[in-house]
Design a protein around this ligand. Structure first.
Ligand code: MTE
Ligand code: MO
Length: 551
């Protein structure tokens, strides 16, 4: 048994960390080479997302917003780093313990990878390679940093075969070893007993480990095909629409500073999904399978899709997780093929009521078939605001259905639509505490002034947006300090499928604290309820209210 007890804990922990980095780097490299469906660690993150209880996920989305994934990855990384450091410490007690630690890490990675819906057998390879590389790195690092026999640090030959502390114990006993007379402190001090701790060997070893890990990881990322997908996306020439969008009336954008613009630029468009790294789907190999309760299953290639008559439509997308007054809503001009036409070609059975769509990363979504077939602009979209779908927003193709929350309609990176029934199939969020069906609730939001802002005394503009997709907004009312409701002036909107801006420009703000509330009435005559409902299971209700300080 090899034991190197004279090595300080920080050095042992560093050895563990670099071992972990090498293992990861090599596994990423192999993932890139074999085109595995995901990178290890990120799969662990994915598994954490899927296994987390809904309250935790909801809390994370609420607390961290769009940074929720970064926070998750940081969390997984911190745990992993602590584990790796522990492996280093163990390895200096007995290399076999360190190796066992790596095997445990690999087993966690395997469990996470193989339980992913998109998992293939190939996903095993990166993890096996990573564990193997980690073992080699760990053995080498341990031996390099604990070279006995010199009496000085830094003289041991880097990368030489393992020193044998036992065999040399008579001459240069390793500190702390049973039966020796050396009384080395467990933590090294400079110039002190350096016989078992080769500082230079350790540092050069760590350095080469870091370089290897970085190079392997970077190569893996390159090989994973992301660059090709970006190229394909940028090189895409969009077909011109067979059906153009309804002209946007002149007054649709009030162009008030601080008010959400009528069209949300792609770069500012909210993003919600369960993907930790977004699927990079090459349009050349993308297909959409339509099967299940149909007369003729269909498989569309991207070229097939591009040849179909294109419909342009302005649709406001909204997330069910959007709190009253929240940011998870955006309006865009979409370009795509009409889903209903494609489904009609497949021949949907009369008793089918659900379209269960699946994304390239295995997420699923259940959309009521009648909604998609009722003539609204339900699209298989390829473009957003005049450019190919951004990768984050579903390149090369996604669903867009006006009037339904994103989790039941807006599948990004969509690759499959199974025509089925709600009483036979369940989509991703349904067993996680969200309603199987999710029509968008009529809502309104105050964009300015900002909540908590201090505004000057006198005439003050209050403005925001209101939405009731596919019904349309008929009125927006605002009240100050629970006084009488006043009608806001509504901006135009091309169709009932988008939000509408609204404004009050004659509020004479008086000094002090004021509460501003808003409520909308949709074209069915329904006025937003003041009852506050949480986002789960089917969307928040209540009036958006803000407080401002006038001074
Ligand atoms: N593949 C996939 N598509 C998805 C999701 C997802 O997690 N995975 N989330 C849905 C949800 S909950 C919403 S609100 C919309 C958000 O679309 P966006 O990110 O383009 O704004 O995408 C939908 N499509
Ligand atoms: Mo959502």
């Amino acid at each position: 048994m090899e034991s190197y007890r004279g090595v300080p804990a920080w050095a042992a922990a560093l050895v563990g960390l670099v071992t972990g980095a090498v293992a990861l780097g090599v596994s990423w490299l192999v993932a890139g080479v074999v085109k595995a469906s995901a990178f290890p660690v990120l799969t662990v993150g994915d598994a954490v997302v899927d296994l987390s209880p809904s309250w935790l996920k909801d809390w994370a989305i609420r607390t961290f917003g769009e940074a929720d994934k970064a926070v998750l990855i940081s969390g997984v990384s911190v745990v992993l780093a602590a584990f790796a450091a522990g492996i280093g410490v163990l390895a200096f007690r007995d290399l076999r313990y360190g190796h066992a630690g790596l095997v445990v890490l690999g087993a966690i990675g395997l469990a996470a990878s193989l339980t992913r819906p998109e998992a293939g057998l190939l996903d095993v390879l990166p993890i096996l390679a990573g564990v193997g590389a980690g073992m080699v790195a760990l053995s080498r690092l341990v031996r390099r940093s604990a070279a006995p026999g010199s009496g000085r640090s830094g003289t041991a030959e880097a990368g030489t075969a393992a020193p044998q502390p036992e065999s040399e114990a008579g001459l240069h006993p390793a500190p702390g070893e049973e039966g020796t007379v050396v009384t080395a402190p467990p933590i090294m001090r400079a110039g002190d007993d350096l016989r078992a701790f080769d500082r230079r060997g350790l540092l050069t070893g760590l350095l080469s480990g870091v370089v290897m890990a970085g190079a392997a990881g970077a190569a893996g990322r390159l090989l994973s095909g992301g660059a090709e997908v970006d190229q394909a996306r940028v090189g895409l020439t969009l077909p011109s629409p067979a059906t153009a969008a309804k002209p946007v009336p002149a007054g649709s954008d009030l162009k008030i500073r601080g008010l959400s613009p009528f069209f949300t630029p792609n770069a500012d468009f909210y993003r919600v999904d369960t993907a930790i790294i977004v699927p990079k789907v090459e349009p050349g190999s993308w297909t959409l399978k339509i099967h299940g309760m149909v007369d003729r299953p269909i498989e569309l290639t991207f070229a097939d899709l591009m040849r179909r008559p294109m419909v342009e439509a302005d649709v406001t997308l909204c997330c069910v997780s959007n709190e009253v007054g929240g940011p998870y809503i955006g309006n865009a001009r979409w370009l795509g093929a009409r889903l209903a036409d494609i489904l009609r070609e497949a021949g949907v059975h009369k008793d089918a009521d659900m379209l269960l769509s699946t994304s390239a990363d295995g997420w699923t979504c259940g959309t009521p078939a009648d909604v998609v077939m009722d003539g609204r602009d339900a699209l298989l979209a390829i473009a957003m605001n005049g450019e190919a779908l951004p990768v984050d927003h579903g390149f090369p193709a996604r669903q867009v259905v006006p009037g339904l929350y994103g989790y039941v309609s807006a599948t990004k990176w969509v690759t499959e639509i199974k025509v089925t029934r709600f009483d036979r199939d369940e989509a991703y969020w349904t067993p996680r505490g969200w309603s199987a069906k999710g029509p968008i609730k009529t809502q309104s939001r105050i964009d300015l002034p900002k909540s908590g802002a201090t505004v000057p005394v006198g005439r003050t503009t209050v403005a925001g947006v209101a939405w009731a997709q596919h019904k349309g907004i008929d009125a927006v009312e605002v009240r100050i300090d629970r006084g009488p409701w006043r009608q806001a002036r509504l901006a135009e909107a091309p169709t009932a499928d988008t939000w509408r801006q609204w404004v009050i420009d004659d509020w004479e703000a008086t000094p002090g604290e004021h509460t501003i509330e808003v409520r909308a009435t949709d074209a069915t005559g329904y006025t937003q309820t003041s009852d506050q409902a949480p986002v789960a299971p089917d969307g928040a209700t209540g009036w958006h209210a803000i407080r401002v300080n006038v001074a």
